[in-house]
Write a protein that binds this ligand. Structure first.
Ligand code: GCO
Ligand code: MG
Length: 405
């Protein structure tokens, strides 16, 4: 079976997605997600201009060889644009292979290691009251694990909180020609967050798993202080407490706190984990299928992590399309050292374009039994939602210095 064509569709059913459609000479169609939030068109061009012409005529079954051909063959290795492009090709080829076998993808990855996939949801609010309503809504949806983000007094809208007045659902990429600018003050954040955890714990009890994402904003010693101050409320994890480029920072954090740590959504290769995993500096690997070279790339990372006691916690924000999420769910089903799956929840129009075979109920996912990934892409529906320029926010300290968002 040969690859006949590879086409890219960029659409925006509420938010931007880049989808690769690979068609074979036997009429099978596989799809892959190449969405890179805020830089979507760079990956679309990489695929259309440089990858699609190389795929035509290749053996559709040669998934590993195609991965290596695009990785080693480019000479310029790694990087988010390259690895998102490779991911899309890899996922589309796995989709084709599993359809050809007449099996859901997880069967080709080793079959079921569990009956269901536990997920965590997102709760957020400008203050503790609004946050509590949001936590309650997630509990009513069946979640037993919830990420809590809250506005910091005096800081205005910030990470995890909508900057659109009255909006409850948090969507970070704002449509427009420039990013929204937010304000960050670590001092007020560090003073406020322990009280938030204390309040949410006392309102919702000990059973609910609470997660929190720091989005790379603290210095190593600030992160250590945060971990220590939250220990009494036993968080499930703290995510991205320091910048991801300096992995030694987590040594400092580890020396001072036993709070579990998660990192990896901005990484794109197993090479990014060469220090973090062997030194056992993290407990959860947060890489995405879409941003780390697809099923092939992520499986390699997760098996490496498993040696060092790190569990999978695949990135699942709304900027991963349902195609990327479906691929994660197949890995979650088969991978032995599974931790938890993030589920930020796509909304209405997304499902006009993507018809999904996976299902979520009572806090857990099922990957579905359709052959392949189980997601169908409707090109006509996609054409009704054209691309819109959108950017993630940028972040500044009170004195105007640009900071990590
Ligand atoms: C998370 C995140 C995301 C990112 C987003 C960037 O889900 O843990 O940190 O919401 O901000 O994916 O594109
Ligand atoms: Mg995160």
């Amino acid at each position: 079976m040969r690859i006949q064509s590879a086409e890219v569709v960029v659409c925006s059913p509420g938010r931007n997605f880049v989808t690769l459609i690979v068609t074979t000479d036997e009429g099978l169609v596989g799809i892959g997600d190449a969405t890179l939030n805020g830089r979507e068109l760079a990956v679309a061009s990489y695929l259309t201009d440089h990858v699609a012409p190389l795929l035509e005529g290749r053996d559709a079954a040669a998934v590993e060889d195609t991965w290596q051909y695009l990785y080693r063959g480019a000479y310029w290795r790694r990087g988010p644009v390259t690895m998102a492009a490779i991911a899309a090709v890899d996922v589309a080829l796995w989709d084709i292979k599993a359809q050809a076998a007449g099996m859901p993808l997880y069967q080709l990855l080793g079959g079921r290691s569990r009956d269901s996939i536990r997920a965590y949801g997102h709760a957020h609010g400008r203050d503790i009251e609004e946050l509590s309503d949001s936590v309650q809504a997630r509990i009513e949806q069946g979640f037993g694990a919830v990420r809590i983000q809250v506005g910091i007094p005096g800081n205005g809208p910030g990470y995890g909180i909508s900057s659109v007045e009255g909006a409850h659902d948090y969507e970070p990429a704002s449509v427009g020609l420039r990013p929204v600018e937010e304000v960050w003050d670590a001092g007020s954040y560090l003073r406020h967050i322990p009280a938030v955890f204390e309040e949410v714990r006392s309102r919702f009890g000990a059973e609910l798993d609470l997660l929190h994402d720091v989005h790379h904003r603290l210095s190593p010693i600030e992160a250590a202080r945060l971990g220590r101050s939250l220990e009494p409320f036993h968080p499930f994890w703290l995510e991205d407490v320091t910048v991801a480029e300096n992995q030694r920072a987590l040594r400092t954090v580890r020396e001072h706190t036993v709070v579990p740590l998660a990192m990896g959504e901005t990484y794109n290769s197993i090479v990014d984990y060469l220090q973090l995993l062997p030194e056992q500096l993290i407990d959860y690997v947060r890489s995405a299928v879409t941003h780390s070279g697809g099923v092939t790339g992520l499986k390699r990372i997760l098996e490496f992590g498993a040696i060092y006691g790190a569990k999978s916690a695949t990135h699942g924000p709304t900027d991963i399309s349902p195609v990327g999420l479906a691929a994660a769910l197949h890995i979650d089903t088969a991978h032995h050292d599974f931790g938890i799956q993030e589920y930020m929840q796509h909304t209405g129009p997304v499902f006009d374009v993507f018809d999904v075979g996976y299902a979520f109920a009572d806090g857990v996912f099922q990957p579905g039994e359709r052959p392949g990934l189980g997601v169908r892409f409707d090109r006509e529906a996609a054409a009704r939602y054209p691309y819109r320029q959108a950017y993630l926010p940028v972040n500044r300290l009170r004195d105007g210095t640009l900071h990590d968002w």
